[in-house]
Design a protein around this ligand. Structure first.
Ligand code: SF4
Length: 304
């Protein structure tokens, strides 16, 4: 089947099932093109919650589908590939967070949305890579604990006077990038600005002209007055960057900047999930309510 006919069949089934198709910025180009919405994980879940779709098909990884289920308990959430997980989210469990709380009484736990629903439920407040600094400051405590990403935590620590303790998790895809690789690309493209994701190591952040979430990066690159931009995040985002700015050249900070989990979902998987209505992701109600409270506190902190 060609991509065109697959896309046609997917779109027809989406209409038939009153479903909305979401694709994270790191998904394969043809999946992004077939989707109703592309974007960051939480932004997509929030946007989907505002629609009257009965079904959400989330092309991303497991924790993202859980976030959609947390925000849309009245909708059915499908994850076309149930084996699409996030190694960073898997680096911390709810038991780990309970242990942190026991060992550090009174220290608020700020949890990155790249985490399981159970971990969110044990947290005081959630954050995204875009609002982590603002949320941490808003928590107001002199000591805070960030989980699970050590690099995001160290990025936050640079921008607050609070003491930031953190879990030693990391995104294998972003953590793999080293300063030498960035310096090599910079030497090949002299003068090209380098925009990095806060999941990158501090040594990489030191070399960046700007540090942005994926959606922030899209806005930043669109507005940037430059012929070439060096991109420090997963290669899927290049599809959108090139669409937005066809005249600009986008170069990855290292050639295989790829999250294998984000590349698992093919249009065939989307079609199959829609046909069968299986691969449903659910979150137990007691967990959902507590995880939603942590997300709501994040939204409140982001507003203040
Ligand atoms: S890019 Fe990193 S944080 Fe995102 S899903 Fe892949 S492993 Fe997880």
């Amino acid at each position: 089947m060609t991509t065109e006919s697959l896309t046609r069949d997917v779109r027809a089934l989406l209409r038939d099932r009153h479903a909305i198709l979401l694709a994270h910025n790191y998904q394969r180009p043809e999946v992004q093109d077939a989707a109703d919405l592309t974007g960051d994980s939480l932004g997509l879940s929030q946007a989907a919650a505002r629609t009257d779709a009965r079904v959400i098909v989330f092309c991303g990884v497991h924790f993202m589908a859980e976030s959609a289920a947390i925000l849309s308990p009245d909708k059915t959430v499908l994850l076309p590939r149930m084996d699409a997980g996030c190694p960073m989210a898997d680096m911390i469990t709810a038991d780990d967070v309970r242990r942190i709380r026991d060992e550090l009484p009174g220290v608020p736990v700020v949890t990155y949305v790249n985490s399981s629903a159970e971990v969110k439920a044990e947290s005081d407040v959630c954050c995204t890579s875009a609002n982590a600094v603002k949320v941490t400051r808003a928590v107001g405590a002199p000591r805070v604990y960030l989980a699970p990403d050590q690099n995001l935590a160290q990025w936050v620590a640079r921008h607050t006077d609070q003491e930031v303790l953190y879990w030693k998790g990391f995104c294998p895809t972003h953590h793999r990038l080293r300063a030498e690789q960035v310096l090599e690309v910079k030497a090949r493209f002299p003068g090209a600005p380098f925009v990095a994701h806060p999941e990158c190591r501090p040594e990489v952040i030191d070399l960046a002209d700007a540090v942005r979430s994926t959606s922030g990066m899209i806005d930043y690159c669109k507005a940037l007055d430059a012929d070439t931009v060096i991109v420090g995040t997963e290669e899927g985002v290049l599809h959108r960057l090139r669409k937005d700015s066809p005249a600009k050249q986008f170069v990855l900070a290292y050639p295989d900047f790829v999250c294998p989990n984000m590349k698992l979902t093919a249009l065939e998987d989307v079609l199959e999930a829609l046909e069968r209505g299986d691969h449903v992701v659910t979150v137990p109600e007691s967990t959902r309510v507590r995880a939603k409270a942590a997300l709501d506190r994040m939204l409140q902190a982001g507003r203040d």
